[in-house]
Design a protein around this ligand. Structure first.
Ligand SMILES: *Cc1c(COP(=O)(O)O)cnc(C)c1O
Length: 385
């Protein structure tokens, strides 16, 4: 890209925490580089503390944690899973891989989360689960989601890739679903390059999850001396990350409060500093209902239309600020058309917001001068009529 060399404020920059390089050295020198070593235990304990999850397993990605959830639900070809269209491909792909049909519901125009009022009309006698994605870490309407899931006996899964540290009515995100998937990809608040976790709020599933994650074997029980030899006992795959990555993740999770404090400072600076400009230009800022706390995962703006969104991104690039759009709707993507279908009523809100949304740079390493530069670049844009 021709703008890269001129980019003073990139969209994302990974943040190196205290202890990170030290722990990496320790993991490499210690010689335990495969999965489920000492750093995996430390990172898992920290993650459980943060989320209150009964059980947690580190995985190679959030994508893989979602794939594990599809296996653990015992989904069969033709089963249906209701999910938002406005999400990352992995949310749908994980279930399509099991032959299940993603049924794409539209999003709410305020939080951009799945519109809980549309779930019931999407339920059929093949529906097995509802997957919610807490967009930007702002919780979905979990009370309404739980009510409709309860009425039809559906499992609720949280794709909590954005939501680590967020809460709904005082309860941490990741604790609402029977399972929740976390991401530690380089673009997330806490990262180890590529990584994830599956949180399990059901003890019976947790036992099986350990097997699915270890190639369908009971190797974890063997390591604990609970069985004399390990064997192939179920389907599964290799979903456990190297302890070297867990070392990086341990350092990141230990720095969680500091990372979050800085991200919140940046988020609030944008929210307050851009409110007048947004109101004057017909631009919508993020909506966070009173009963939930978000983890400052991303800061997005909704421009009035696609033409303005593109002009706005180009305007910021010229000022050395890299801003980016986000999810393209899944219901009308090539694979979405092949493997899924839209819920009744289609996804008009998703199609509209996907064209208008822009994300501003937001990471712990953004200093005050960077934030000022971003805001000045934003405020110097005038919406085209
Ligand atoms: C990042 C992300 C994922 C995928 O995470 P990986 O760890 O890269 O597999 C899945 N769902 C959502 C909503 C995400 O933002």
């Amino acid at each position: 890209m021709s703008t890269t060399s001129l980019t003073a404020v990139p969209f994302n920059r990974t943040h190196v925490c205290d202890n990170e390089v030290g722990y990496l050295t320790e993991a490499v020198r210690g010689g335990f580089t495969c999965g489920d070593g000492p750093f995996t235990r430390r990172a898992t304990a920290l993650l459980r503390e943060l989320t209150g999850a009964g059980h947690a397993l580190l995985t190679t990605s959030c994508t893989h944690a979602l794939e594990m959830s599809a296996i653990l639900l015992g989904l069969r070809p033709g089963d249906e899973v209701i999910m938002p269209s406005f999400t990352f491909v992995s949310t749908a792909n994980a279930y399509a891989l099991r032959g299940a049909v993603p049924v794409f519901a539209d999003c709410r125009p305020d939080t951009l989360n799945i519109d809980e009022r549309l779930i019931e009309a999407a339920v059929t006698d093949r529906t097995r689960a509802v997957v919610v994605v807490h967009y930007a870490g702002v919780a979905c309407e979990m009370e309404a989601v739980a009510a409709v899931a309860g009425r039809y006996g559906l499992a609720v899964i949280e794709d909590n890739a954005h939501g680590l540290g967020g809460s709904y009515r005082g309860r941490p995100l990741g604790s609402f679903g029977v399972m929740a998937a976390q991401s530690f990809h380089a673009t997330k608040n806490v990262q180890c390059g590529e990584g994830g976790a599956l949180l399990l709020n059901d003890a019976a599933l947790a036992t099986r999850a350990e097997i699915v994650r270890e190639k369908g074997t009971d190797r974890s029980r063997f390591y604990r001396g609970q069985v004399a030899k390990y064997q192939w006992v179920d389907i599964g795959s290799s979903y456990l990350p190297s302890d070297v990555l867990a070392a990086m993740l341990t350092a990141q999770l230990e720095s969680f409060d500091r990372i979050q404090a800085r991200r919140h400072v940046v988020w609030r600076a944008y929210h307050e500093g851009l409110s007048e400009w947004a109101a004057d230009n017909g631009v919508a800022q993020p909506v966070v209902p009173e009963d939930r706390r978000h983890p400052a995962h991303l800061y997005h703006l909704l421009l009035p239309d696609l033409r303005n969104r593109q002009a706005f991104i180009a305007h910021l690039a010229e000022a050395g600020v890299q801003a980016v759009f986000h999810y393209q709707p899944l219901h009308n993507a090539p694979a979405g058309l092949r493997y899924g279908r839209p819920a009744p009523g289609g996804c008009p809100v998703t199609e509209d917001v996907a064209d208008r949304l822009v994300r501003l740079p937001l990471y712990a390493g953004l200093d005050d001068a960077d934030v000022t530069r971003v805001m000045e670049a934003v405020r110097s844009y005038r919406v085209l009529p």
